[in-house]
Design a protein around this ligand. Sequence first.
Ligand code: 4AD
Ligand code: MG
Length: 458
Amino acid sequence: MERTKICEIYASPESYDKTLIKVSGWVRTIREGKNICFAMLNDGTFKSAQIVFEDSLKNFEEIKRQNVGASLEVVGKVKYTPEAKQSFEVVAEEIKVLGECASDYPLQKKYHSLEFLRELAYLRPRTNTFNAVFRIRSEAAFAIHKFFNEKGFVYVNTPIITSSDCEGAGEMFQVTTLDLEKINGKPDYSKDFFGKKVSLTVSGQLQEECITHAFANTYTFGPTFRAEKSNTSRHAAEFWMMEPEMCFTDLKGVMKNEEEMLKFVINELLRKCPDELEFLNNFVDKTLLDRLHNVVNNDFAVLTYTQAIALLEKVKDRFEFPVEWGVDLQSEHERYITEEVYKKPVFLIDYPKDIKAFYMRQNDDGKTVAACDLLVPGIGELIGGSQREERLEKLTARMDELGLNREDYWWYIDLRRYGTVPHGGYGLGFERLIMYVTGISNIRDVELYPRTVGKIDY
Ligand code: 4AD
Ligand code: MG
């Protein structure tokens, strides 16, 4: 007999009534009576199935003494129970133990803090919270692909090992096959694997821009690495980034796409993960569902960096970090604007050129660039984007100003000589999106195995 997934039964329990089925999964709880026992069996479906078994079962005693965590295969008849807490139960006719569970199994039926579960990253997906988070993560990724696919964007995969620092922040993990323990003095990179110094990518944007100039609309979606020493709840050393790039557009077009994409993804999650979202709303963040509905039903605000500084200066005493035109905004500033002033997502645009990357398009004022960061309540920066500098002279002049070696970026510069067009794009921090749509407040709890400064387990 083929296995039936518990989600299929939940989808229409009445149609399974009195049907003989086989379900397999892990025991979440077991309640013993003298002649009758109840086990909650979870097969990855968000809701578990109640299994009822009686002493007529030939291995009743064996099943009865199974611990939480044991894996079982159950053959039995579905009983439709519309009045009960679960809309059906499975009355077992045969139960096979697939794998017993040792009594030191750490996930007992009681409240475990997220910090405790973080140390058990290999088991925590078996809890309701992480079941919800990682299913939502999967559905969000799928929704992103669906959004761009339906819009005709081409999905491209840019390299992970690279010799260029896209963001210019120098926060890269070096990749080498040189035997570091045997090196005296300066390493000779011409003897390294690639014959030069290389690192893990911080963004696929520069390579992608070239491909976008063939397809007009592309996106990448993959792992990204940053050796940032920021030990915060929003920074990871390894995270996923989704980067769309669009030709024949200005900054407004980039922002329009961001807003449409985010609303599309949230609508898909509201439609496909109602149980998971309701659970998270009840147990993790009571404002979650209101917030998600608020995002899909309202326009995002738009504010220039200069206007934002004026707003912040009025209340500057409440911040730890200084506020004046030209400073990079800290998360406390970003959160004040989006959480307290606007209470919804805010695009901050036209940042000073000195706090942004070399590739952003220079505005006519000579001081700012056509950048847009999307700030959201609870997170701060969710997306970083910009219109790109498509004018050859402006680009190379800026690179010289910043002391970038033109030879390292010869192909990127060439793109401006071979049919340059106005274009732009953005990078969405995928873990930050998942934090936003689950209400989970630490990035370590939306990645399976988080990698952060000073910590790598598993
Ligand atoms: O703002 P960033 O640095 O932008 C870029 O890398 C551009 N090249 C993207 C583009 O235009 N194609 O990073 C983009 C987003 C941030 O807004 C943030 O959400 C996320 O990536 N991010 C991080 N997420 C987790 N941990 C970190 N250490 C992150 N650094 C950036
Ligand atoms: Mg940024």
